[in-house]
Design a protein around this ligand. Structure first.
Ligand code: SAM
Length: 299
């Protein structure tokens, strides 16, 4: 299955459209937006889905332009936009759209979006475009799951046939951040995680079938579907959704190489610990493994 096809199929399902239409800002986003979206202005919500973030931001007084490739999500957003005067939604592949230079005060690329763009070249083209359309004193906020997220690391270890116990230990001692950006385990994963916990206690991690069923969720598509695919490119087995997992360095290099400078990076656990300086400091050390918020400004 091709990348765009897999994204189209996944995000067109009734369940996903409903999810993205009903969700609002995640609590951690609310905290960060208060910190960084300090003056009113125009926001580009890139890969906006059904406007999960666009609508609350419009209620806060921002003018928001959302863009997404998925027809059903944009349709849902446009229907909702009837009740909002300062939102508009564009149906397009981000690669194919151009914005006026120095136009946006803020750009948001939220909740795993660049991960769906295949190929470093394409991603860099998009990031360069974002740099051009951001105002000189503008701010770009983007979020990523790390490729070093303990679960992914464990999966990789399993894939490369290193002893199964090593992977299990990585997860157990790595104390994985099973939480989503709301500080809760993603709903779909909860029963599955409960199983894992139980399996540690019972020592069932040695069971090959159990591991296969629960950990080998991804197919590395290198050499399978397309030899051009890069390291950390996957099609998730369950729904064939394409995904590129970024390492923190890759995020840093991609943005700083395309005209941005890093202003700040925050891990989700760090934000949860913001009222405790000591805890906050230690949580910063976990950033490479965490769900992270990156704040970039123009160089
Ligand atoms: C995980 S969703 C995030 C949606 C939204 N940013 C949010 O936080 O609710 C990723 C979105 O990226 C969109 N997307 C993927 N590839 C795209 C592309 N090439 N151009 C535009 N949108 C794209 C998908 O359709 C999907 O809505």
């Amino acid at each position: 299955m091709q990348v765009l096809e897999s994204i189209e199929k996944f995000y067109s399902s009734e369940k996903i459209v409903k999810f993205y239409s009903e969700q609002s800002l995640f609590p951690l986003e609310e905290i960060l937006f208060k910190k960084y979206l300090t003056r009113k202005g125009t926001i580009l919500d890139l890969c906006c889905g059904a406007g999960r973030a666009s609508f609350p931001l419009s209620e806060m007084g921002f003018e928001v332009i959302g863009i997404d490739i998925n027809e059903k999500l944009i349709k849902a957003a446009r229907e909702k936009a009837v009740n909002y005067s300062n939102t508009s939604f564009i149906l397009s592949d981000v690669e194919k759209v151009d914005f006026p230079e120095n136009y946006f005060d803020y750009i948001l690329v939220l909740h795993n979006s660049l991960e769906f763009i295949p190929g470093k070249k394409k991603r860099n083209n998009i990031i360069r475009k974002l740099n051009l359309c951001l105002k000189k004193d503008g701010v770009l906020i983007t979020t990523f799951h790390s490729a070093y997220y303990p679960f992914h690391v464990a999966r990789k270890l399993l894939k490369s046939n290193i002893k199964r116990q090593v992977a299990a230990t990585t997860i157990r001692h790595g104390k994985p951040n099973w939480t989503d950006s709301e500080g809760m385990p993603p709903k779909g994963l909860r029963p599955w995680m409960a199983k894992i916990k139980w399996s540690y206690r019972s020592g069932e991690t040695n069971n090959k079938a159990f591991l296969k069923k629960n950990f080998l969720q991804c197919n590395s598509i290198r050499n399978i579907h397309n030899p051009e695919m890069e390291h950390n490119d996957f099609f998730y087995k369950k729904d064939s959704l394409f995904y590129h997992l970024f390492t923190p360095w890759e995020i840093y290099r991609a943005f700083t190489g395309c005209g941005f400078k890093l202003h700040a990076v925050h891990g989700s656990r760090e934000i949860l610990a913001w009222d405790n300086p000591v805890k906050k400091y230690f949580c910063k050390l976990l950033i490479p493994f965490d769900y992270t918020f990156w704040i970039f400004k123009k160089k």
